[in-house]
Every structure is written in C-alpha cells, then in structure tokens.
Write a protein that binds this ligand. Structure first.
Ligand code: NAD
Length: 468
C-alpha cells in the first residue's frame, strides 16, 4: 500500500512509482488480449468476493444504500468488465482501411496501441465504479496506471487502495490517496493520458496541466442537465423516472435531471404525480424520510451547506418550496425538495445542484423551453419525455448534449455500447466499452507498400504532375 509522506515530499514517491511504471509500460504494451483479460478477471473476482465490503464502505462514507451500490456502481462495472472481456480480442485486431487508386500497391490499416502511462482521477459521488471502470479500459488497452480516488469518500478510497495493492504490482497499477494537493502533484508528471471525472472547474485545471506535457485528456464533467416534459408525455411514468433520477444517490449523480421544463397544460397533474411518487418512494409508511433505508445523505458539511444556500437564495428571491424542504445539518440530510417559481437570477438555476432539489419551470412554446436550455452550457445529459416523435426530433435537432434519453432517466449509463460523456463544458471524449478502450489507445495508422512506387511525383516535376 502506498503511504504518503508530508505534503512537501509528495513528489518523491510519486516520481518513483511513475518512473517504475514508465519502465514497465513497454512490457504492458506487448501483453496479449488473454494476458490483459486475466488482469481484468482479477478485478472481477475481487469485486465478487468483496461485494459486501464495497457496500459497507460507501454506507460509511455517505450512507449510500446497499441497493444503490448494486444498481449504480456494481451492475455497471460488471457489465463493463463482461463486455470488455468478450470484445477485447476483436478491438485489438488491426482494422483494414480502403486504399485510393492513386496509391495502388499499398495497403492501409490502423492498430490500437496503448497510450502508455495514464492517470485516473476520480470523484466521490460514485467513488468505486468511476475509479475502477476507467482502469478496466486502461488495462484492456495495455496501459500502466496511477489512480487518485476522491478524498471525500475516504473509506472507499482506502478499500480501492487495498484492492489494487492486492491485485497488481505498483509498476503496473498504483493508488495515491489524498486531496487536491496530491492530485496537483500527480498532474506535474508527464503522463501520456489523463482520464479525469469531476467538476468542470477542476476539469479546466486538469486540462491546463495536461497542456504542459501535451498529454491527451478524457474529461468526464458535469453541469445542469435539463429534462423536458411535453404535453404528450406519459405523466405518471415521467414523474416516477424523474423523481428516481433526481433522488438516486441523494441527487449526487452527474447525469441527474438538474431542472425540469414542463408544459404548462400538464403542470397540475404532473406536479401531483411527482409529489405522490416522492412520497411513495421515501415515505411509503408515512414515517419521515430520515427513516428510509433507500435514501443516502449529502457527502459532507460543505456540500450540505452549499445546497442549503442554493435553496435559501431561491426562496429569498421569490421561489416557493412546494414539496419537502426539511434539512438536518447534523446528518447532512436534505429531504427531496421541489421548487417552483425559480428564475435565472437565482443560483439554483446557475450552478449544478448536485443534491435532491428540483426546480420545476413551465413553458407553453417549445422554442421558449429550448431557449432556456441553449442559453446555458451544453449539458452532460438532456432528457425528453414525450410521445410525440416530431417534438422529440425537434428538440434533438435544436440542442446539443453529451447524451440524450427519451422517456427515461439515467439508464444511458447502463448500456456499455452507447458513448457516454459530455460535450465542451460537460466533458471531452467518451467512455463506455469500446469508446473507453479508444480513449486509452492511440489509433496508429499504418501504410505498407507491397509493390510499385510513385517515382512520377518526384522532381523535376513534369507538366503532367503540375496539372494534377
Ligand atoms: P471535483 O472536481 O471537486 O473533484 C474530482 C477529483 O479532482 C477529486 O479526486 C479531487 O481530489 C480532485 N481535485 C479537486 N480539486 C483539484 C484541483 N484543484 N486540482 C487537481 N485535482 C483536484 O469533483 P467532485 O466534487 O468529486 O465530483 C462532482 C462533480 O463531478 C460534479 O460536477 C459531477 O457532475 C461530476 N461528475 C461527472 C461524471 C461524469 O461521468 N461525467 C461522473 C461523476 C461526477
């Protein structure tokens, strides 16, 4: 296990590990698909054996319900592992490309080769899957890797460290636990690729640091993901999906619907359905939400205070809490809270909420709703609830988002075949299955001449060549 010395000396063990990994990278690059699969299976087996430990550490970190660890972390991770194991041989095969007539006598293909030394920096909200899933892809692509889990979920970070130390020599995969200082020190090293999951603000810091070494980056960021519920939507179904999407992991989900845009004509029944669903989910027996074992907590005091401030600011500026609103600072507890009457000058409509607070806005003209979406940064996810294909297509054609789900929420994370990730402020690059494998690989073009040559294009240039 890597234990870190005081801050001033942070660089020494990192540099030592980094150098050892750099020396080892060429060996990893030569590993066969079977050898990489064997490494991935180590992870798979460890997770199966230690499932209850994984659930326990996340409960210790922020009372994440064990069912949510299964649903939001382990199912997705197992799916990724199974998919990668099943497809890796195919992914590693060189891919032939067509040849233009002018280049007759040659053939072209590209092969995926590992980027080399990679750094994976993870957030706290899905602290296990968002650290280990990119690692699976990094190994699949033949890289050596350093992992930096989030300091805000220390129990999970400790378990990840224990797992990696048990499964891999440090010259192949190593973990450095710690806060932003550890992250910054790692970012000074000349990694070939950095896979960062976290906030857009820190994403900018990571990209600036990567520029020093011209390291490539994958940035899985966040932002305000809207959900549009039009007049044709299945009201009950949409309300259920959005309530779940908002409250899973206590709203601390990068692709959670951040705010809703609901057609005015269905507002009343939709709000009723939303309130009923929330009560059914977290107060089925009429007891306070605190008693529910299906409801996580806000990760720490600063985040609790940040979300409370967003609600206070909105209420002070005229918004109304129409559902929930109770908070308990001792437990970092915030009840599912629905806000109406929010306006653009409120911080809740400016910052990513990242908590169980849901502003609901209404619209009568779809273009007005799209204007609200498009005046903000491009979101990580955009949800459309509609039974009208024309409306759905209209929205898709006039907005941009990392991913879009029509008539559901959050489920995009579950399909490993789908590119997952943001666009600009919500992210750069894509993950999931083959897309992740690609992020950790250099697509190296190879052209081979088998016969002939192109002497006619060499100087001195003939009239024929000058007229080509
Ligand atoms: P964060 O950006 O604060 O931290 C992420 C990681 O960066 C942590 O490991 C942290 O130690 C490190 N870090 C923090 N400050 C740093 C600095 N100044 N320099 C270098 N490293 C630093 O994000 P978070 O609070 O852990 O996670 C929440 C954010 O992540 C939200 O915006 C959410 O939408 C986003 N997110 C995105 C995805 C995705 O797949 N797109 C998934 C989960 C979370």
């Amino acid at each position: 296990m890597t234990t870190l010395p005081p801050k001033a000396d942070l660089h020494t063990p990192m540099r030592t590990t980094f150098d050892a990994q750099r020396r080892h990278a060429s060996k990893m690059a030569l590993t066969s698909a079977d050898q990489r699969i064997e490494r991935i299976r180590r992870i798979q087996t460890w997770i199966k054996i230690h499932q209850s430990d994984i659930q326990q550490v996340m409960y210790d970190d922020f009372r994440k319900p064990s069912a949510e660890v299964l649903l939001g972390e382990l199912m997705a991770l197992h799916a990724e592992i199974k998919h990668t194991i099943g497809h890796l041989k195919q992914w590693m095969k060189p891919q032939s490309l067509p040849t233009p007539m002018a280049l007759i006598g040659t053939r072209s293909y590209f092969r995926h080769e590992p980027k080399g030394n990679v750094l994976i920096i993870a957030p706290w909200n899905y602290p296990f899957v968002l650290t280990i899933r990119p690692l699976v892809s990094a190994i699949a692509a033949g890289n050596v890797a350093i992992l930096k889990p989030s300091e805000l979920t220390p129990h999970t970070a400790g378990l990840i460290n224990k797992m990696i130390t048990a499964l891999f020599p440090p010259e192949e995969v190593a973990v450095f636990e710690g806060d932003a200082d550890v992250s910054k020190a790692l970012l000074e090293l000349p990694f070939n690729h950095i896979f960062f999951t976290g906030s857009p603000a820190v994403g900018r810091i990571v990209m600036a640091a990567a520029a020093n070494h011209l390291a490539s980056v994958t940035l899985e960021l966040g932002g305000k993901s809207p959900a549009i519920v039009d007049e044709t939507a299945d009201i009950k179904q949409a309300a259920g999906q959005l309530a779940w999407g908002k409250c899973l992991n206590n709203g601390q989900t990068c692709i959670a619907p951040d705010y809703l845009l609901v057609h005015q004509s269905i507002k009343q029944p939709f709000m009723q359905a939303l309130h009923d669903t929330l009560t059914g989910m977290y107060r089925p027996d009429g007891k306070p939400v605190e008693a529910s074992d299906s409801y996580a907590r806000i990760v720490n005091q600063p985040h609790f205070q940040r979300i409370k401030n967003l609600v206070d600011d909105a209420v002070n500026k005229g918004a109304t809490i129409t559902y929930g609103g109770r908070m308990n600072a001792d437990q970092n507890f915030i009840e599912p809270t629905v806000l109406e009457g929010t306006t653009d000058d409120m911080r809740v409509m400016q910052d990513e909420i990242f908590g169980p607070v849901l502003p609901v806005l209404t619209y009568t003209n779809l273009d007005d709703a799209l204007h609200i979406v498009n005046q903000r940064e491009k979101p990580l996810a955009l949800y459309i609830h509609s039974r009208n294909r024309k409306n759905t297509q209209y929205i898709l054609d006039r907005t941009s988002a990392g991913d879009t789900v029509i008539n559901d929420t959050l489920v995009q994370f579950g399909n490993v075949e789908l590119p997952f990730g943001g666009v600009n402020n919500s992210g750069l690059g894509k993950s999931n299955g083959f897309f992740s494998f690609q992020e950790f690989s250099n697509q190296r073009g190879v052209m081979q001449r088998d016969f002939g040559t192109m002497k006619f294009i060499y100087p001195p240039y003939t009239e024929k060549v000058k007229k080509l």
